[in-house]
Structure formats: C-alpha cells, structure tokens
Design a binder for this molecule. Sequence first.
Ligand SMILES: Nc1nc2c(ncn2[C@@H]2O[C@H](COP(=O)(O)OP(=O)(O)OP(=O)(O)O)[C@@H](O)[C@H]2O)c(=O)[nH]1
Ligand SMILES: [Mg+2]
Ligand SMILES: [Zn+2]
Length: 268
Amino acid sequence: MAVGDRVDFDLNKDGTGTIQKIDERRNYISRKAPKIKGAGTRGERLEQIIAANIDNLIIVSSCQQPKFNNRLIDRLLVAAESSRVNPILVINKIDLDSSGMGYWIDLYSGIGYDVFKTSTIKKIGTDELKKKMDGKVNLIWGQSGVGKSSLLNLIYPSLKLKVGEISQSTSKGKHTTVTSILLDVDENTSVIDTPGIREIDPYGIRKEDLGHYFREFSSDGQCRFNTCTHYHEPGCAVIQAVEEGVIEKERYVSYLNLLDTIEDDMNF
Ligand SMILES: Nc1nc2c(ncn2[C@@H]2O[C@H](COP(=O)(O)OP(=O)(O)OP(=O)(O)O)[C@@H](O)[C@H]2O)c(=O)[nH]1
Ligand SMILES: [Mg+2]
Ligand SMILES: [Zn+2]
C-alpha cells in the first residue's frame, strides 16, 4: 500500500481498521528504490511507489541554499509526465539572489509548464500557487531544504509542519521531513509532504519512450527511425532541433543523462 491509496476497510471495535481491499490506482508516482550502500552494483533495484492518486506534482526548487538544480527538475518532470500527473514548478527563496532565474523561468514556461516564483519569508507568490492546489491532491517533491514544508505551512496554516535549518557549511537541508504523509486540508484538498530527495531514477521507462516525456521533443515523430532514441541515430529530428536552438541544450543534456541511467541498468 502507498500514501494516497484509497481502501475499503472494516472498522474494529477498538477503533482500528482492517483493510479489505485497495482500490485500483488512478495513477502513481514511483522511482527506482535508492541504491543500498555496500550492496554492490548488481543488486536489483525495485520500484518504490512514492504516492498514488495524485493530481498535481509540485516540484519545488530554490534559487539558492540549496543551489538551483535543473537536472533534478527534469528528472521529476519525467516522473510526472510518465505517470500522467500535472506538474507545477515552484522556484522558492526569491528573496535571496535570484539573478539567473529568468533564463529558467522562460525555458520552462516556454515549454508550457506553470512556473511560480515564491518566497515564504516575504510571502510572495503563494496565493497564485494556492489556487492551483485547492480542490486537488498535491504531492510536494524536491531537495531537502528548498522550503517544501515552509510553503505548505504558509499556504495552509493549519498544517503546522516541522521546518528545518540549512547547514552553514553545505547550504543544504538536513532532511527535516522524514516520512511522506497525506494530510487533508479540507474536504477536497490534500497535500503530501515528502522528505527531501537526493536522487531519483525513473522506474519502468524504456529508452525509446523517454523522449515522449520531454514535452518539447514533439518532433519525435519526424525522426527517420520510429524507435529513435535521439542519441546518435541518423536523421534524428530532435538532434536537429537542438542544433537549431529550437530545443534548449540544457534539456537535451538532461535527456542524455537519463538515457544513460536506463542503458546502464542491466535489470530492466
Ligand atoms: N530565505 C528563505 N528561506 C526559506 C524560504 N522558505 C523556507 N526557507 C528556509 O529554508 C529552511 C528549510 O525549510 P523547510 O521548509 O524545512 O525545507 P524542506 O524542503 O521541507 O526540507 P526537508 O524537510 O528537509 O526536505 C528553513 O530554514 C526555512 O526557514 C524562503 O522563501 N526564503
Ligand atoms: Mg520538509
Ligand atoms: Zn530522434
């Protein structure tokens, strides 16, 4: 069973419940279970379900402390796209130095994603974000310390989630939120706050399908080979679009990195 699962259960006399049936999942977000230290490279990496029955995946990053990480964002976008969950991008901590963020905001909104700039300290941008979250099941994901729990507390003050510090030496978070929990904010709105992630390898995606989860690679269909992985194949329309500047190089690099993790996985 996963966070967000809907179940049928019998209520026992002592107030506990016994689950009879887990309802079919509308969708779910998963990743490959993180590598276990010392397990070597051969250990099978199973699917780890993060949450089920989600409307929005809210991908939170910060412009500083910790440093903005577009590679992680692109991985989380692939997780959302391949699970048919609506992704929403949030760039938090814009009260800190946010120069350089304009490029990323243009890039992602140019592809068609909703991008919100927020500051929980200055209370900027959260009203607009709340409008997208109300009435939905929202999964919040991102690195430790970017301000996921702080954002949720500001948007839904009844939550009173624990907020942590940023390490002075590394500018990273200290993994304050330790388990994923679903919290109902009102009858129709729920949020799932999650612990900060260090790594995410998407589970169950085939090389020739990866391009479908990069929205702007829609020239997919125009490649000479219909199983084109947009890597070295002749007549690749995606590579041509990168060369012409129609597809941003940064996104293509993220794509190649992901393609590599799929190719390296012998168990898949
Ligand atoms: N400058 C600034 N600091 C912020 C902002 N939002 C949150 N913080 C700070 O960032 C630190 C981490 O915030 P959290 O909300 O605990 O971050 P988190 O993403 O939930 O972290 P984990 O639970 O470890 O995954 C705290 O010290 C917050 O006060 C912001 O908009 N600006
Ligand atoms: Mg947290
Ligand atoms: Zn191609």
